[in-house]
Ligand binder design. Sequence first.
Ligand SMILES: [Zn+2]
Length: 200
Amino acid sequence: MEQIVVPPREGRAVRVGAGQSLKIVTPHGSQAADFFAYNAADLDEWLSPMHTWVWTRSVRPRVGDVFLSRFRNPMAELVEDGAGGVHDMMIAACDQARYEQFGYEGHHASCSENLAKAMRALGHEVTVTPQPVNFFTNTRVDEEGRLLSPPNPVRPGAYVTVAARMDLVCVVSSCPFDLPVEGWTINAPGGPTELLLEVA
Ligand SMILES: [Zn+2]
């Protein structure tokens, strides 16, 4: 088994072969894990939540749901959920522009940048940031259609496991979001923490 630590606010890429599984753990709890996956044989094919949720009929991934690519091919299955279903497939990956919109001045780490850096470490230049699956991210849509992000209840040690249906390059980002935005709690109040990856 291969184990990788994703440091707080950073991202890591890992190859997961067809039939292998990737476990993602939030040791301290309440840490959003932005998850991206690419077909290792064709990096233009990436996992797409929007194509997935019209197939699974759920905007939140559940055990047994199969994530589809933007070409609608099955890429991976959620086989374990040790986080009580607290996941999101709607929020775009954070990026420098988003932090500036919130009033942050200067460079801020982001999931988009983490994706680009992690893929560059494998020799790939990413020009598009796909919509991620945001594991351990607490969003709700109310009756009026408003999008809410109440405090994150994910307990320490929570995890998910996805099983690859094709050879994948996966990227996991420890979301660096740490701004005190009223009603928009993404991570724990103490700031971003590391994630653990296990490929087996
Ligand atoms: Zn982020």
